[in-house]
Design a protein around this ligand. Structure first.
Ligand SMILES: [Zn+2]
Length: 429
C-alpha cells in the first residue's frame, strides 16, 4: 500500500473526536468493577459493541467461562467467569502482511473507601480530561484501540495482515482470564500492543508481581476481662513490619538491568495494607486477635520469580523461628491472587519496537522515550505464554487504582494516531 504520513493518520482520526469522547464517557459511566473473584464487565462491553454497530462494524461478544475447564497453567482457580464476556473485532487483511493485536481490558478496580470528589462513574469531561474510575486504567486506551478500527473502516483501508481488536475481562487482581480466553479461542497475531497508561512513552518490558497476606492470629477473645491479659498480635506486627523493611532494603539493592536501567528501585516491595482491629465507631475497645500485613513484591523480567518467592518464604520462616512470639504464633502465608504474575521484556532491537518507535516519533513530531512499565499487566501473559511480542503505549493521566482518576483526552487521540500509524506500517510488511 502507499505510504501513509502522520498527516493522513491525523486526518483519519480527528473527525472521530466527538464520538470517541462520548464513547469514553459512556464507558466510564458503565460500572465494570472487578473484585477478587468476579467482575461486572459485560454491560460496558455492550456499550462498546453498540458503538461499533453504529459504525457499521461487527463486534463479537463471547463468553469466557470455558476457561474454567481449560486447565491452563496460568488460570486463577479463585475466580469465576460466568457471565463475563470479551468483545472482539477482526479486520481481515489481504493476507500479505503481519497481523497485529490491539488488546485492552474493560474491568476496573473497585473505587475504594471514599476520597472521590465526585462519583467514580461520573464520566465528566472537563478541561481536556475525562474523569472517573477506569478512565486511565484503561478505558481511554480501549477507546484509542477502537478508534484505529473505526478509522480504517471509514477510510475503506484494507491492511495486508489481520488487525484484531479485543476488549477483555479480568485483568485486575492478577486476572489474565480474559486474555487467556482470547488466546485459547485461537485469536493470535504477530505482535501486540496494549494501551495501558504510559504517558505516551513506549514500554518494552513489564514487571512480575505477587501479593501475599501475612496473617498473625493470636489471643483468645473469650479471655477479655479476665485476669490474664489477652495476647495481642499488634506489637509483634511491628517486628514483622521491621522484617519487611529489611526485605525492602535488600531488594532495593538489585541492580537495574535492560529496560529497567535508570529505575532507582527496579523491583520494589510495598506494604499495601496493615490491619489489626479497626478504628471504627462500631468496634468496641478490644484487643485485636488477628493482624494482617498485605505485601506486594515486584520482580524484574529476567528474575526467577518462583525462586525469589520461595527464598522470601524461607527467610520468613527463619525470622519466625528467631522470635519467641512468632514461634508460638507463626505468621501465616496467604497469597491473595494465587501464583505470581510474570514480567516480560522485548529486545531493544525487535522489529515491532522499531516500528512503534518510528510511528510514535513521526506522529508526535518529537523524540519518544522507550522504557519499562512500573507495574505488571496482561503483557507478560501474552508475550511469555502465548509468544506474541508485546509492547505498551498509551495515554497520559493519573490516579490509577486511586480516587479522582482521569485521562487526558488529547493523549487518547494521540495514542490512537500512533497506533493507527504503527498498524499501517506493521501490517503492510
Ligand atoms: Zn490496567
Amino acid at each position: 500500500m502507499k505510504s501513509t504520513t502522520a498527516r493522513d493518520v491525523r486526518r483519519w482520526i480527528r473527525p472521530l473526536r466527538g464520538e470517541l469522547r462520548r464513547l469514553l464517557q459512556d464507558l466510564v459511566k458503565a460500572n465494570s468493577v472487578a473484585v477478587l473473584a468476579g467482575g461486572n464487565e459485560t454491560p460496558a462491553q455492550r456499550v462498546l459493541q453498540a458503538f461499533f454497530r453504529e459504525q457499521g462494524i461487527r463486534a463479537e461478544l463471547y463468553s469466557t467461562d470455558f476457561i474454567e475447564d481449560s486447565g491452563h497453567p496460568q488460570l486463577r482457580r479463585n475466580k469465576r467467569y460466568a457471565g463475563r464476556k470479551n468483545l472482539s473485532v477482526r479486520l481481515s487483511g489481504s493476507g500479505r502482511g503481519r497481523s497485529l493485536l490491539l488488546n485492552g481490558h474493560m474491568d476496573t478496580v473497585p473505587p475504594g473507601n471514599g476520597g472521590w470528589s465526585r462519583s467514580p462513574w461520573s464520566g465528566l469531561s472537563r478541561q481536556g480530561c475525562v474523569h472517573g474510575l477506569g478512565s486511565f486504567d484503561m478505558k481511554g486506551g480501549v477507546v484509542a484501540n477502537a478508534a484505529v478500527i473505526c478509522a480504517l473502516r471509514r477510510e475503506g483501508v484494507r491492511l495486508g495482515g489481520d488487525l484484531l481488536f479485543e476488549s477483555v475481562v479480568d485483568e485486575e487482581w492478577g486476572g489474565g482470564g480474559g486474555t487467556i480466553a482470547a488466546r485459547l479461542r485461537g485469536d493470535t497475531a504477530d505482535a501486540c500492543v496494549i494501551p495501558e497508561g504510559t504517558q505516551l512513552e513506549i514500554y518494552r518490558a513489564t514487571r512480575g508481581g505477587f501479593v501475599v497476606d501475612l496473617v498473625i492470629e493470636a489471643g483468645d477473645p473469650a479471655g477479655y476481662f479476665s485476669r490474664a491479659e489477652v495476647v495481642s498480635p499488634a506489637l509483634p506486627m511491628g517486628r514483622l513490619l521491621n522484617w519487611i523493611d529489611e526485605l525492602v532494603k535488600e531488594r532495593g539493592t538489585l541492580p537495574p538491568k535492560g529496560a529497567y536501567l535508570g529505575f532507582p528501585d527496579p523491583a520494589p516491595v510495598q506494604v499495601l495494607a496493615v490491619e489489626a482491629n479497626r478504628l471504627d465507631p462500631t468496634v468496641p475497645l478490644s484487643v485485636p486477635s488477628r493482624a494482617t500485613v498485605r505485601v506486594y513484591l515486584q520482580f524484574l523480567p529476567e528474575e526467577n520469580v518462583d525462586q525469589v518467592i520461595a527464598a522470601v518464604r524461607k527467610r520468613l520462616e527463619r525470622f519466625c523461628a528467631s522470635d519467641p512470639f512468632f514461634r508460638k504464633y507463626p505468621v501465616q502465608w496467604k497469597p491473595l491472587i494465587g501464583g505470581p504474575l510474570y514480567g516480560h521484556e522485548l529486545p531493544a532491537d525487535h522489529p515491532w519496537l522499531e516500528c512503534m518507535q518510528t510511528s510514535a516519533t513521526s506522529v508526535l513530531e518529537r523524540p519518544v522515550v522507550t522504557t519499562a512499565a512500573p507495574y505488571p499487566c496482561d503483557a507478560g501473559l501474552i508475550h511469555r505464554d502465548f509468544g506474541i511480542p508485546t509492547l505498551l503505549f498509551g495515554p497520559c493521566g493519573a490516579g490509577a487504582h486511586n480516587p479522582d482518576e482521569y485521562v487526558e483526552f488529547e493523549s487518547v487521540m494521540e495514542t490512537a494516531e500512533v497506533l493507527l500509524s504503527a498498524a499501517l506500517t506493521w501490517c503492510s510488511g
